[in-house]
Design a binder for this molecule. Structure first.
Ligand code: EPZ
Length: 421
C-alpha cells in the first residue's frame, strides 16, 4: 500500500490544470447504458473510481476503451447481464447509478445494496422511492436490489430527504425517466453542477430534460437515446482542494480548466479567511500572504458550501488566531479527519455534527492515517504546512478521487513523495 511522505514549509507557486469531474463522470458513464450506439467522453479523469465504474460497465455488457488522447469510448454490445454484484458495488457506492438506466432500458436490474461508508450512513431510500413512483417493482433479495418493470411511466416525485436533496438519487430517477412514457417532474431535485452535466449528456443523446441545476426538473420521456461525444465539466472539488492548498501554504496558484461559477461558496469562504481570489480569463488565481482569519461554515447542498471540502477547510482553519465553528449538515458524522489532525497538534473539539476549531501557532509533522477520500486531502494540506515530515498512510483513498495529486503538488513546488510499501 502506497503512502505519501510530505515535508512541510514550501509555498505552492505556479499553474495547475484541474481534471474532469469525478462526480460527473460516474453517473454519466452509467447513463451510457441508456444509449444505442457509441458514446465518447472527453476529459474523463483517470481515477480509481472511474476504473471501478468502467469495470462495472464491462460486466453489464459495454465495450470500454481509452484512446491515445485519453478519451473514453463506451458502447453497449450485450444486454444479457443486468447484475451489478456486491464485490463491485462495495468498492464504489456510485455503482448504484446503474439501477435507473438498467431498469429503463432493460426493464430489469439486480444491483447490490451499497453497504456502510466511512463518512456516515448513506441510505438509498430516496432512489428507490423515485423508481417505484415510475412504476418499478423493487425487492431486496440476498443483499441485492431486484427491480422489474414494463415501460416506466412518468410521475410527479418529491425527492427531498432529511438532509435535503440527493445528488445520485436525482441522477438515478432522471436517467430512468428519460425513457419512461409521459412526463416526470422531480421536486426538490439536487442542483449540483454534476446533475446539470448529466442532463446535458442526456439531452445531447436526444432526451428532453428541462430545469436540471434547479430544484424542479421536468423530463418528457422519449423512445430511444443515441450515443454522442460529451466533454466533462472540470472537478470543482479538486479545484477547491488546490485553492485551499494555495491559501494554507501562503502561496500563489493559478488554476486552469475551472468553472468559477461552480465555486462561488468556496471563493466567498476563502475571501472571508483573507485569501485573495482573482479571475484571470478562464483561470482562477488564489494567493495568500497572511495568517488565515477565523470563519464559521455550515455544509449545505449546492450552491451552499460543499461537504466534500469541509475537511480541507478544517485543515486551513487549524492555523487561525481564534475559534471557528464547522457544522456538517450533510453527513453529521463526517469527521474522521479530526483525530488525525489532532495527532499533528491541532486543537479541535467535536460535539455532534459540529467541530470547534481553535487555531494553533503551527502543525507538527506526524504519521497519520487516511480514512476516506476528502479526509486524506485534508491530511495532505496539513502536511504541506506542518513543521517537519508527515507520512500519510493508505493513500489508495486519495487515488479514488484525485488524478496523480503528488505530481500536481510537486509541480507547484510542494515536497511530496509517493512511496510503495
Ligand atoms: C454525492 O453522493 C457525491 N458522490 C458525494 O461525494 C457528496 O458528498 C454527496 O453527493 C453530497 O454532496 C458522487 O457524486 C459520486 P446524496 P450521494 O445522496 O449522491 C442522504 C466525494 O467525496 N440520503 O446527495 O450519495 C444521505 O445520507 C463523495 O466525492 C438519504 O437519506 O449523496 C446524505 O446525508 C463523497 N436517502 C444526504 O442525503 C437517500 O436515498 C445527501 O446524500 C439518499 C441520500
Amino acid at each position: 500500500m502506497d503512502k505519501f511522505i510530505i515535508t512541510g514549509g514550501a509555498r505552492l507557486k505556479g499553474s495547475v490544470r484541474i481534471s474532469g469531474s469525478k462526480n460527473a463522470t460516474l453517473p454519466i458513464l452509467a447513463a451510457a447504458l441508456l444509449a444505442d450506439g457509441p458514446s465518447v467522453f472527453v476529459d474523463a479523469p483517470d481515477l480509481a473510481d472511474v476504473r471501478h465504474m468502467v469495470d462495472l460497465m464491462e460486466q453489464l455488457g459495454a465495450r470500454v476503451s481509452r484512446d491515445d488522447e485519453g478519451r473514453l469510448h463506451v458502447e453497449v454490445a450485450d444486454e444479457s447481464n443486468s447484475h451489478a454484484p456486491y464485490d463491485t458495488v462495495r468498492k464504489m457506492r456510485a455503482s448504484v447509478c446503474a439501477l435507473g438506466p438498467l431498469l429503463a432500458k432493460r426493464k430489469y436490474a439486480r444491483v447490490a445494496m451499497p453497504g456502510g461508508c466511512a463518512i456516515g450512513s448513506r441510505p438509498i431510500d430516496l432512489h428507490l422511492r423515485g423508481l417505484r413512483a415510475l412504476g418499478a417493482e423493487i425487492e431486496l433479495e440476498g443483499g441485492d436490489i431486484v427491480a422489474k418493470a414494463g415501460r416506466l411511466k412518468g410521475a410527479e416525485i418529491f425527492l427531498g430527504g432529511p438532509f435535503g436533496s440527493t445528488v445520485l438519487g436525482t441522477a438515478n430517477v432522471m436517467m430512468a425517466a428519460t425513457l419512461a412514457e409521459g412526463r416526470t417532474v422531480i421536486e426538490c431535485a439536487a442542483c449540483e453542477p454534476e446533475v446539470a452535466d448529466l442532463a446535458g449528456y442526456l439531452n445531447e443523446m436526444g432526451a428532453r430534460v428541462a430545469g436540471a441545476g434547479t430544484p424542479r426538473v421536468v423530463i418528457e420521456g422519449v423512445e430511444r437515446l443515441a450515443g454522442v461525444c460529451h466533454r466533462l465539466i472540470p472537478d470543482r472539488i479538486e479545484a477547491g482542494t488546490f485553492m485551499m492548498a494555495a491559501a494554507v501554504t501562503n502561496g500563489e496558484v493559478r488554476l486552469e480548466n475551472v468553472r468559477p461559477d461552480h465555486l462561488m461558496a468556496v471563493v466567498d469562504k476563502l475571501r472571508q479567511i483573507g485569501a485573495i481570489v482573482e479571475s484571470d480569463g478562464p483561470a482562477l488565481v488564489v494567493s495568500s500572504s497572511r495568517h488565515p482569519a477565523t470563519a464559521d461554515v455550515t455544509t449545505q447542498p449546492y450552491p451552499g458550501f460543499p461537504t466534500d471540502l469541509q475537511a480541507q477547510l478544517m485543515a486551513l482553519l487549524c492555523l487561525t488566531d481564534g475559534n471557528s465553528v464547522i457544522t456538517e449538515k450533510i453527513y453529521p458524522d463526517r469527521f474522521m479527519h479530526v483525530a488525525e489532525l489532532l495527532r499533528m497538534g491541532a486543537n479541535i473539539r467535536k460535539e455532534g455534527p459540529t467541530a470547534i476549531v481553535t487555531g494553533v501557532k503551527r502543525l507538527i509533522g506526524a504519521p497519520v492515517m487516511a480514512s476516506d477520500l476528502r479526509a486524506s486531502a485534508a491530511l495532505i494540506l496539513g502536511g504541506l504546512v506542518a513543521h517537519g515530515t508527515t507520512t500519510v498512510n493508505r493513500v489508495y483513498h486519495i487515488d479514488r478521487g484525485y488524478e496523480r495529486i503528488e505530481r500536481k503538488i510537486g509541480g507547484l513546488g510542494g515536497h511530496i513523495e509517493r512511496v510503495g510499501e
